[in-house]
Design a protein around this ligand. Structure first.
Ligand code: NAD
Length: 451
């Protein structure tokens, strides 16, 4: 396997060297093939994902896996000609009439390590941006979604040459070797703990990394919010994919005097959105299910009130102690702690006392509070009166900060992330700046304030 991996990497390296600047036509064609691969095999993709999860809503698969990729490709193919064009930047008067520009240049080979939770879209979304920027790509999908990973491997081999796009299947050992390859950029989507290891492996080669990590994303519900609407949005974000979404609201913060009203609204939203178990997504495997069951059991054993509407619906855990597992680690599943705080300043202090989240959700129309959140908290994204929807805006950078990740992609941000923004300087035929060369002229030194 190691020899294959290195051999395939060398093949891609030669290809990238032979075509250091793929034209717009080449890039648009690669993107079109990626779209065809996703569109023409929708049913196989849905079946593979459902095999991996045991049960997952096909509406959610179409929305978050298939359409997410197709929309990203459409946006990118439309704007790519514009993004690829070098742009002029201003010149200090001392150096005029020289000109300066920025020219985006492909990096070469981009490696992508992807997780199991959205096994199609999180594998391909970074590749859309990497292709747009003119790179070739190598992907290591998750071993925890083997049916989808295998389908990816087979379809990619059908639609792309090895020189353009290679899928490497395998477990942790293969992933480790993969992260040690001297990529020109490595994108990792997964847990913070593994992200640290990937960053260390990449540092040996000075490979730049984009780390799309996880963490606990809070939802703050202020007193002025419409509790029913807020609860509907929160349960949408938590219910999607059985809570196995990196930007799912992890826990809710609400003023203690409103906690009963918010819990009631959340409970009603669960019943409205999850009337039966058929639409619900299951935990990816028995180990994850056991982890979630253990979280709920521990909270129950410590006297927390739990409102549970069924094995695959969001389960509310009221005011759990901060030391319980449900508050110590990213939940990534159906548990939803609801925590009472004295006021909104206490909610902000609560958020700021913990690692910066990937998303911070705020349910309020109070402009003052929105401004306070903007200026006094840090998170990958700040979202008001909704959950998850910012992910679908291609012109917003998507990424974390601190423990939730580094670097962002999507749309133009991804194009620039996977390009080298090369500084270009054109000296004019006649240039006064040459007068700055030695021997230094006294009058000029005076004019420039240098002596
Ligand atoms: P994970 O970290 O266990 O695995 C992710 C990938 O890393 C897999 O392909 C795996 O094979 C590989 N891997 C495992 N060990 C490795 C090692 N030592 N070196 C290199 N690669 C290794 O994550 P997961 O369980 O698949 O996904 C869940 C996590 O991902 C959650 O924390 C979630 O929040 C996060 N996530 C983040 C985003 C985002 O965009 N920020 C999106 C989805 C998921």
């Amino acid at each position: 396997m190691t020899r294959d991996l290195t051999g395939d990497f060398q093949t891609q390296r030669q290809a990238a060297d032979q075509m250091p600047y793929p034209t717009l036509t080449v890039r648009r064609d690669r993107l079109a093939r990626l779209a065809r691969m996703t569109k023409h095999h929708q049913l196989e993709i849905i079946r593979a994902i459902q095999t991996d999860f045991g049960q997952r809503s096909d509406v959610e698969i179409r929305m978050a896996e298939i359409n997410a990729v197709l929309h990203a490709i459409r946006h990118t193919r439309l704007h790519l000609w514009h993004w690829m064009r070098p742009w002029s930047v201003s010149m200090p008067w001392r150096l005029t009439p020289a000109r300066a520009r920025i020219a985006p240049q492909p990096l070469g080979i981009v490696g992508v390590i992807s997780p199991w939770n959205y096994p199609w879209s999180l594998a391909l979304m970074p590749i859309v941006d990497a292709f747009a920027a003119g790179n070739v790509v190598m992907l290591k999908p998750s071993e925890h979604s083997p049916a989808t990973s295998n389908l990816l491997q087979r379809l990619v081999a059908q639609y792309f040459t090895l020189e353009e796009f290679k899928v490497v299947e395998g477990g942790v050992e293969v992933a480790r070797r993969f992260s040690e390859l001297p990529f020109d950029h490595l994108v990792f989507t997964g847990s913070t703990a593994v992200g640290r290891q990937v960053a260390q492996a990449a540092a040996v080669n000075l490979t730049p990394v984009t780390l799309e990590l996880g963490g606990k994303s809070p939802a703050i519900v202020a007193g002025d919010a419409d509790f029913d609407k807020a609860a509907t949005d929160i349960i949408f974000g938590k219910g999607m994919n059985g809570g196995q979404t990196c930007i799912a609201p992890d826990y809710v913060l609400v003023e203690s005097r409103h906690i009963s009203a918010v819990v009631k609204a959340l409970s009603e939203a669960i019943q409205r959105q999850r009337p039966d178990d058929h639409a619900a997504t299951h935990a990816i495997n028995a180990a994850h299910q056991q982890r979630l069951d253990a979280m709920l059991q521990e909270a129950h054993d410590h006297g927390c009130r739990i409102i549970d509407h069924g094995p695959h619906a969001p389960a509310l855990v009221i005011d759990p102690h901060r030391e319980l597992q449900v508050m110590r680690e990213e939940i990534f599943g159906r548990c939803l702690p609801v925590i009472g705080v004295s006021d909104m300043s206490a909610a902000i202090r609560y958020v700021n006392a913990r690692p910066h989240p990937l998303a911070l959700y705020a349910f309020t129309h109070d402009k003052g509070l929105q401004q306070q959140l903007l200026q006094t908290t840090r998170s990958g994204a700040l979202v008001s009166n909704a959950t998850l929807l910012h992910h679908a805006v291609p012109s917003l950078p998507f990424g974390g900060v601190g423990e939730s990740g580094m670097g962002a992609y999507h749309g133009r941000h991804g194009f620039e992330r996977f390009s080298h923004l090369r500084g270009i300087f054109y000296q004019a035929k006649r240039s006064a700046s040459r007068m700055l060369y030695p021997p230094y002229r006294r009058w000029l030194i005076k004019l420039l304030g240098l002596g």
